[in-house]
Design a binder for this molecule. Structure first.
Ligand SMILES: CC(C)(COP(=O)(O)OP(=O)(O)OC[C@H]1O[C@@H](n2cnc3c(N)ncnc32)[C@H](O)[C@@H]1OP(=O)(O)O)[C@@H](O)C(=O)NCCC(=O)NCCS
Length: 217
């Protein structure tokens, strides 16, 4: 992989991963970003899965990472199954679109499968995920617990084909990302990094559309 290696994240990588996350997400989904704060807080959340936190390293520099939390699916009888949810996932801007995101996803899919997980679900821009086997939640009968809808951005990847067996499911996400609702805490954390200009980018509107629309038929 051109001198790029993939390895588990260690404590020594924490700040570098937060810096990378800030760079990669800055202005993509909102003016500025809060994903670096999410990463920072996620590691001490009970739903965090440290065994699935991986980094890409090139010449001693962290240029990509992926993290996971637990999430759940509940069927019509109220029976729950634990699954995984990937994200944040990022690659340093100058290394994007070179299939490094693919490596992070596929490496951790394999590991998650070995750990006994059979489904991965997350909210994301479909363009980043459909070529990695993710499909619309609607196709797998997975609605979002909060409103019963099938959000366009809610994407399902069976790690074991047929794992969802046609039942009706509701997706219950981890509360780990709720830390970002404390915008003052996000700002305080962000102030520990070099200043960076917040601005509008078209990708923000694109994701708004995905996040606030649903697949209906
Ligand atoms: C999303 C991200 C992790 C993808 O990593 P990457 O290494 O750039 O992606 P890959 O090269 O593996 O390509 C992933 C897929 O994106 C799509 N893609 C590739 N180039 C693209 C382009 N120029 N425009 C739009 N989509 C493109 C393709 O579907 C591609 O699959 P393919 O390789 O089978 O064609 C990376 O772009 C990133 O860090 N973005 C900012 C943070 C972010 O949005 N993270 C995801 C949260 S939803």
């Amino acid at each position: 992989m051109n001198g790029i290696k993939i390895r588990p994240e260690t404590e020594k990588d924490y700040r570098a991963v937060e810096e990378l996350t800030r760079e990669a997400f800055w202005n993509v989904y909102k003016p500025g970003a809060d994903e670096h704060y999410y990463v920072h807080m996620m590691r001490s959340h009970p739903d965090f899965i440290p065994e699935l936190a991986f980094v890409l390293e090139k010449d001693g520099r962290i240029i990509g990472n992926i993290m996971y939390t637990k999430a759940w699916l509940e069927d019509e009888n109220g029976s729950r199954k634990e699954i995984v949810s990937c994200g944040p996932l990022c690659v340093a801007p100058e290394f994007q679109r070179q299939r490094l995101g693919k490596i992070l996803l596929e490496h951790t899919f394999e590991l998650a499968r070995k750990m006994g997980y059979d489904v991965n679900i997350n909210f994301g821009n479909p363009g980043n995920y459909v070529s990695r086997g993710f499909v619309s939640c609607k196709k797998k009968n997975v609605s979002y617990i909060v409103d019963g809808n099938f959000p366009t951005a809610l994407l399902v990847r069976e790690l074991v084909p047929g794992a969802l067996d046609g039942r009706k499911w509701m997706y219950i996400d981890s509360t780990a990302a709720a830390c970002c609702e404390d915008t003052a805490a996000v700002e305080r954390f962000d102030a520990t990094f070099p200043p960076k200009e917040k601005k509008w980018m078209p990708s923000q509107e694109e994701f708004y559309i995905y996040r606030h629309s649903s697949v209906v038929r």
